[in-house]
Design a protein around this ligand. Structure first.
Ligand code: ADP
Ligand code: MG
Length: 249
């Protein structure tokens, strides 16, 4: 029991430090995410965005500080990582679908094999999830038969199949053709509108402005600046933020 209640932050990072060898990649990162919130992390390449997400999901251990997911310390050696990853879904730039499994089988795999859930129930849910990400009719398709955007939506459905409380998206549209970026963003926006808590690392500034509740700008392992999208994009003060925005807007 953690005593966590839904009015407390779903996620809380406090002064998180992480080094790889001699290089300190996160130099004291702190932020809270409330249930139902969509936060966007933007910033130059190498600034630590992916590392933040990987620490939240316990894919890499932190050196100091604290990461609480629903009140539970991720930085606890006794942590049940499987339980954490059921709560915290993650979608990557490379969708990593199993090439010899159909879209439906990809979505069903973890609930059946890892969670040992009833196959018929998982299958019914997988059909619903593929419909939700607008892939009705593609259930029997193999990844190689799908566009990048379609594969990424299978990956999102696969993440949803674990019924997560929050989903981390790491530049999920960065590798896609421009024409399929939008359909993936539409899917994410629909999830956000339904109240899914989302943390997005993205270079899609229009999307961040439209869908994000809060924007964080990272540079060299620190959060330099943050704010609600409207203020952030209009009034960012820090020269590093301005320079970044001026390059891509
Ligand atoms: P971003 O996602 O903002 O581009 P990353 O979090 O991927 O940045 O990386 C931040 C820094 O940490 C980079 O300098 C990167 O080379 C380094 N880094 C990330 N993962 C590792 C790792 N597993 N081992 C060593 N260095 C790493
Ligand atoms: Mg990255």
């Amino acid at each position: 029991m953690t005593g966590w209640t839904q009015d407390q932050p779903l996620l809380r990072l406090k002064d998180v430090h992480k080094s790889f060898g001699a290089v300190e990649v996160l130099k004291g990162v702190s932020f809270d995410v409330a249930k139902g919130e969509v936060i966007c992390i933007i910033g130059p390449s190498g600034s630590g965005k992916s590392t933040i997400l990987r620490c939240i999901n316990a894919l890499v251990p932190i050196d100091s500080g604290s990461i609480l997911v629903e009140g539970q310390e991720v930085n606890d050696p006794k942590l049940d990582k499987l339980a954490l990853r059921r709560k915290v879904g993650m979608v990557f730039q490379q969708y990593n679908l199993f090439p010899h499994k159909t879209a439906l089988q990809n979505v069903m795999m973890a609930p059946v094999q890892v969670l040992k859930q009833n196959k018929a129930e998982v299958e019914a849910r997988a059909y619903r999830l593929l419909k939700k990400v607008r892939l009705e009719g593609k259930e029997a398709s193999y990844p190689g038969e799908l566009s990048g955007g379609q594969q990424q939506r299978v990956a999102i459905a696969r993440s949803l199949a674990m019924s997560p409380d929050v989903i981390l998206f790491d530049e999920v549209t960065a590798a896609l053709d421009p024409e399929t970026v939008k359909e993936v963003l539409v899917t994410i926006r629909e999830l956000a509108e339904e109240g899914m808590t989302c943390i997005l690392v993205t270079h899609e500034m229009g999307f961040a402005r439209e869908v994000g509740d809060h924007i964080y700008f990272t540079d060299r392992g620190v959060i330099v600046e943050h704010g609600a999208p409207k203020e952030f994009f209009a009034q960012a003060q820090d020269p590093r933020t301005r320079q970044f925005l001026d390059q891509i807007l």
